[in-house]
Ligand binder design. Structure first.
Ligand code: FB9
Length: 449
């Protein structure tokens, strides 16, 4: 217990009131500031009732005013009273201030201007015993500890009430970025459909796996730096499966497997160039090549990860986005199988009305863009691309020639923007994202498309 507390509680044991805490502080040789915190705490615990004490001497009436009001006249033979009784509204005003009654700011300002009142700095407290007054406050403890029990002094301790209404300290918790939440939903759909995730932890890929293995010719526009990020440092790949590279070179230059190829001079150095992968299809080509090195087993693979395109940034395009890709590799698969799988895949996203539009990709033939009717936007929206990987891609890998691979792809950003009602991709991904979007975004379930 502090000295100040003892002083107050002992004084109030034999005195009804501490009229002026300032004087009391001086009388017990303490700083008023020391006393003040104790007073507030004792008041808080109702051991005392503390009242603010306003300073006095605010009622001096100015003689000029009396004259102005015609109450008096100051003549050669001094001050003469001109009226019996004065309706002293000022006095009433001042009384009301004294009784802490509400007085209009206008009156206050007027009284101040007339120097009838001045802003009093608050002086101190008057203290009386409170409903919970006791000469010695029990030490308030919060927890009943082993030590307290062993010491046995729990009897003279006061246990702080549990404030069951106290709000819990806000727990800091991590928040998933909306993209990660939607990614998880796509991931669950693939896993439910029996797909296995492909290892996509390689943002840097050789042009060979990103383009050549996909039968994308070396002069294809996507292969120049306007569309693709080429690496300056570690600019070329160190090793490629030589036997397979020869097959790829051959199919590009002169075809085979029923294809006439592109008929151009294929350059190894072009294939060696390292790039930031432009699509996760680069991972699909690696996985299909590895699959071809084993006795054939049907496979269902998926990937969801970042890809990089040196494209003009606009409301829906950044230089990087997350590509979602699914592929099924099995004997005798047809375009019908692809359409069927797309229907069941998108059905799990709550998307039923699909239309397929013939399209072109260097690595798939036939290829189809996928459209769905968006009730909210009242229009057909392109929701992805798909196709059957070309034999010129699959057969050089060594896959059996009755094996075909159906595949499709879409972005993660577009569905997330639609689901979260974000119309500018820069608000969703990148350094401009406001953290509130991350911390306060609800779970948006796919299927509410
Ligand atoms: O995601 C896209 N659109 C989309 C997807 C979903 C959606 O909402 C759903 C709630 C559920 C809404 C829109 N697109 C693909 C279509 C367009 O946005 C397109 O303009 C932009 N595309 C990206 C590429 O941009 C250069 C989206 C991205 C894309 C395109 C193609 C593929 C992957 C991503 C592919 C592929 C592919 C094809 C064949 C074989 C293997 C992979």
């Amino acid at each position: 217990m502090s000295e100040a507390e003892d002083a107050i509680l002992q004084f109030l044991q034999s005195n009804n009131e501490i009229a002026d805490s300032q004087q009391f502080a001086t009388s017990v040789g303490l700083q008023h500031a020391e006393l003040e915190n104790v007073i507030k705490s004792l008041h808080g615990f109702q051991l005392v009732v503390a009242q603010r004490k306003l300073g006095d001497g605010i009622f001096k009436i100015g003689s000029a005013q009396a004259r102005k009001n015609g109450w008096i006249d100051i003549g050669k033979n001094g001050v003469v009273r001109k009226v019996e009784h004065v309706e002293d509204c000022v006095k009433d005003l001042l009384n009301r201030i004294k009784n802490k009654e509400v007085v209009s700011d206008g009156d206050i300002a007027d009284l101040k201007k007339r120097k009838l009142i001045d802003k009093l700095t608050w002086k101190g407290y008057s203290l009386t015993r409170g409903p919970k007054y006791t000469i010695k406050r029990k030490k308030v403890v919060t927890d009943l500890t082993r030590e307290i029990l062993q010491r046995g002094d729990w009897k003279d301790l006061e246990f702080k009430e549990y404030n069951l209404n106290a709000g819990a300290r806000p727990i800091e918790y991590g928040c998933d970025h909306p993209l990660l939440k939607v990614r998880e939903q796509f991931q669950n759909i693939f896993l439910q459909m029996g797909f296995v995730e492909m290892p996509t932890n390689k943002f840097v890929e050789s042009s060979f796996w990103n383009f050549d293995a996909l039968f994308q010719p070396q002069q294809h526009p996507a292969r120049d730096s306007h569309d693709t990020f080429f690496l300056r440092a570690c600019s070329t790949t160190r090793q490629l499966p030589e036997y397979y590279v020869e097959k790829v070179k051959h199919v590009h230059e002169s075809g085979g497997y029923g294809s006439k190829g592109y008929g151009y001079k294929w350059k190894r150095e072009e294939a060696n160039k390292n790039v930031l992968r432009t699509h996760t299809t680069a991972v699909s080509s690696r996985m299909l090549y590895l699959l071809a090195q084993e006795p054939f087993q049907p496979r269902k693979y998926y990937s969801i990860d970042r890809v990089f395109r040196n494209e003009a940034v606009d409301r829906t395009h950044l230089a990087e986005f997350h590509q979602i890709e699914g592929l099924i590799c099995d004997r005798g698969l047809t375009l019908g199988d692809l359409k069927g799988v797309l229907r069941s895949f998108f059905a799990r996203l709550g998307i039923s009305k699909l239309r397929f539009k013939p399209a072109y990709n260097p690595y798939t033939e036939p290829s189809m863009e996928i459209f769905s009717y968006h009730e909210g936007l009242k229009k057909w929206v392109e929701i992805g691309n798909s196709g059957m990987f070309r034999p010129e891609m699959l057969l050089p890998m060594g896959l059996p020639d009755d094996v075909s691979v159906i595949a499709w792809g879409l972005s993660l950003e577009r569905p997330t923007m639609i689901l979260y009602g974000i119309d500018n991709i820069r608000d969703l991904f990148g350094h401009k994202v406001d953290m509130n979007l991350i911390e306060k975004n609800p779970i948006c379930r796919l299927g509410m498309y």
